[in-house]
Design a protein around this ligand. Structure first.
Ligand code: TXA
Ligand code: MG
Length: 355
């Protein structure tokens, strides 16, 4: 049985934290909240424990883990050197939802980094994560605490749904705030590159490192995805196939409604991810609506996204349709990225007029 330790998210009970920390030091698997999503923690320098973690998640061994530490002072043993760029990012954004990829030292096991010469490091800001890592007194490798390819957990109930009996403990500190995983920045190659968008957005990073750019990715281009959906890296996904609609809101809603009716006509149970602004338009369709909040409140949409995808599974959906909205908020790119990765099909309706 996986033990659940409920703690106050702002002021966790030191006894509970010490129990969880002791479990980590012994090589146990302990899920805990961070400000982004729940992580599944393990002693980063214990190879056997790291291998158990990969097995518990069903995660392929070629996907590297992020190592979590309490302060920048704990980074030195894990890396060959910290460049001025790394210091600048750490000084501005740690503790917080930013992972920095740098060249690693030999102290970090191959099992953690998937054999890469680099390691991803992050200092989380969540009080429970901070208390746990500092009580453990060791670096903690932690992927998101979901089964491989499922949406990341933003609540302890999601962790239990995926990993009950497969891990030792869950420290339950309630729902996480950001809702999508940290921004990952690679500083190990020439120019700094954003590998994964998150709450620390491109403009915020550019204010510190003007040369930084987004990675050019073929898997997140709508056109490439449409041509060969099989090539999409399916990730963060509910069990049902997800279709996302990009472009003009009116046109996207019309296309969603039309496709939903066709799927229902074909006997499928359909769930739509609906913004508050869309509900009046969609409510009469014979589908289930899963609410994403207001399209103008991107932080709220991000916080709800993974729970919404899980709810589609709980409703027994056989097809999920969602619309993508772009805003000025830093999390807009992250929500778009995660919906693209969840998608089996991306439909661009263009900038105006229903197709
Ligand atoms: O917010 C987060 O980052 C959460 C919380 C728990 O901290 N963790 C998380 O871990 O999302 P995970 O394992 O689900 O995603 C980590 C991703 C890897 O899939 C990989 O894309 C990237 O971070 N990553 C880690 N180490 C890397 C490295 N050495 N080089 C390139 N990418 C790396
Ligand atoms: Mg993950």
């Amino acid at each position: 049985m996986t033990e659940v330790l409920r703690v106050d998210s702002d002021n966790p009970d030191p006894n509970a934290i010490e129990r969880a920390a002791a479990c980590l030091r012994r090589g146990g698997l302990v899920a805990f909240p961070t400000e982004t999503v729940y992580g599944l923690g393990v002693h980063a320098l214990d190879r056997e424990a790291v291998l158990r973690l990969f097995r518990a998640k069903g995660r392929p061994a070629n996907d590297p883990l992020i190592v979590h530490v309490s302060t920048i002072d704990d980074v030195a043993p894990l890396v060959t050197e910290l460049s001025p760029d790394a210091y600048a990012l750490a000084a501005r954004f740690w503790p917080g939802p930013l992972t920095i990829v740098v060249r690693r030292s030999r102290a970090v096991p191959d099992e953690v980094t998937a054999g890469l010469g680099t390691v991803g490091i992050r200092v989380p800001s969540h009080p429970v994560a901070r208390a746990l890592i500092s009580a453990a007194g060791i670096p903690i490798a932690a992927p998101s605490a979901n089964l491989f390819s499922r949406p990341s957990p933003t609540d302890a109930t999601h962790v239990i749904a995926d990993l009950n009996d497969r891990i030792d403990m869950v420290v339950d500190g309630g729902p996480t705030e950001v809702g999508v995983e940290s921004t990952v920045v690679d500083l190990s190659q020439g120019l700094p590159v954003i590998l994964r968008p998150g709450a620390v957005g491109l403009d915020m990073l550019r204010a510190v490192l003007p040369k930084i750019d987004l990675r050019k990715s073929t898997t997140t281009q709508p056109s490439a995805a449409q041509r060969s959906p099989g090539l999409m890296s399916k990730h963060y996904a509910p069990r049902a196939p997800v279709t996302v609609y990009e472009g003009d809101a009116e046109a996207a809603l019309s296309a969603m409604a039309r496709d939903a009716l066709a799927l229902v006509g074909g006997g499928k149970r359909v769930a739509l991810l609906a913004f508050a602004e869309d509900v009046a338009r969609l409510v009469d369709l014979p589908v289930r609506l899963v609410h994403l909040g207001s399209e103008r409140d991107t932080a709220d949409v991000a916080a709800r996204l993974y729970a919404a995808l899980r709810e589609c599974d709980d409703l027994g959906a056989e097809a999920v349709l969602a619309r993508i909205v772009t805003t000025q908020h830093a999390l807009s790119a992250a929500v778009r990225d995660r919906l693209h990765r969840a998608a089996t099909r991306i439909i661009d309706v263009g900038t105006g007029g229903a197709r």
